[in-house]
Design a protein around this ligand. Structure first.
Ligand SMILES: *Cc1c(COP(=O)(O)O)cnc(C)c1O
Length: 362
């Protein structure tokens, strides 16, 4: 078998090696079932225990109470851009959006199709290079909810604490940092995340929502778009993404066996810390793109080189060195190192070594 490289892809992204090996072992024939998870009925006993176990483990890890529903859906975070306003905006039909990047903008765009969107804060004029401060937000106390993006995958900013929104339900797109640390779920009305960055394979979208909010889902909604239907049917209204649910289940076990979310957070802080140090101690050869250091993401680390030619050279030579997926998004340029939960510290150390040598030579 070919050796694995260090994969800095922003998403779909690296999975824990232990999880891949476990899935490989069970791929052909799952435990006593005599068939692959991909081949079995989602209504059967075996899959039923896989999905229930995944939900139970998630509830334990994040300490999710019975007053919250956990849903395994499809359509990515992108479908949530529509489902959130369709379900939660009525009857008030206005919502606040904090726009901190391209994904937040796309979320706001879909919400505008449903009702009035108040852009409660944005740093678009600064190319999203920092987050709006609390005192820059213009929140509407009558809004049906406030939507924000906890980690801006493209621009490399991340909220360290939730914005304060009073009694208005907080809705969060946590696609690129869900489970990177412990959260107080009770602060949220709804959290959603596409799985393919920090949870598992693509094809599954996780929604955690306060059951109280299910009352807002109107009967006129299309069935699949209605949270209440999914909740009433335990995410089994239609065929769930069975294999993705299974792999996410393995990732949750891996988290439990590796120090839980507090242990993971410590590792994430360490990985990001040594990489930011390498950037900051490079005499401006490497420059972080986030203008307010407090807003720096510990998941997606964005930096630039002195010019375009060096950037191209960095990308081609780093690829030869076994470091893949480092090209920054076109709206920021430069380099982006995505170092989610499953990304090993050895890969960060290899990148730092490469960066030092590249700087010496150039
Ligand atoms: C990747 C990403 C999305 C888009 O996710 P899909 O699952 O492709 O729809 C949305 N929001 C954030 C923050 C992301 O990182």
């Amino acid at each position: 078998m070919k050796k694995r490289i260090f994969n800095f892809s922003a998403g779909p992204a690296v999975l824990p090696e232990e999880v891949l090996l476990e899935a490989q072992k069970e791929f052909y024939s799952y435990k006593e079932a005599g068939m692959s998870v991909m081949e079995m009925s989602h209504r059967g006993k075996v899959f039923d225990s896989i999905i229930k176990e995944a939900e139970k483990d998630l509830r334990t890890l994040l300490n999710i109470g019975d007053d919250y529903a956990v849903l395994f859906l499809q359509g990515g975070a992108t479908l949530q851009f529509s489902m959130v306003p369709l379900n939660l905006m009525p009857p008030v039909n206005k919502a606040d959006y904090i726009v901190t990047g391209s994904w937040a903008k796309k979320a706001a765009k879909e919400a505008k199709r449903v009702g009035a969107v108040n852009i409660a804060g944005t740093t678009e004029s600064e190319n999203f290079s920092r987050l709006p401060k609390q005192n820059e937000l213009k929140l509407d106390s009558e809004a049906s909810y406030v939507h924000y993006t906890s980690n801006n995958t493209i621009f490399g900013t991340q909220y360290k604490t939730e914005p304060e929104v009073g009694n208005v339900p907080l809705v969060c797109d946590a696609s690129s940092d869900i489970l990177h640390k412990m959260l107080d779920i009770n602060k949220y009305g709804l959290i959603y995340a596409g799985a393919q960055k920090n949870l598992g394979p693509s094809g599954l979208t996780l929604v955690i929502m306060k059951k109280e909010l299910l009352e807002r889902s109107g009967d006129s909604l299309h069935t699949y778009l209605n949270y209440k239907i999914h909740a009433e049917n335990d995410s089994m209204y239609n065929t769930p993404p069975t294999f993705a649910v299974y792999v996410v289940g393995l990732v949750l076990k891996w988290l439990q066996n590796n120090g839980g979310l507090n242990g993971m957070y410590e590792k994430n802080l360490k990985k990001a810390g040594i990489l930011y140090d390498a950037i900051d101690n490079s005499n401006d050869f490497y420059k972080g793109t986030v203008t307010n250091k407090d807003d720096r993401s510990i998941m997606n680390i964005c930096f630039t080189l002195p010019n375009e030619d060096l950037t191209k050279k960095f990308l081609s030579e780093s690829a030869e060195f076994g470091l893949s997926g480092l090209k920054g998004h076109r709206s920021v340029g430069g380099i982006r190192a995505s170092i989610y939960n499953a990304f090993p510290i050895e890969g960060v150390e290899a990148l730092i070594k490469f960066m030092k040598e590249f700087k010496e030579k150039n």
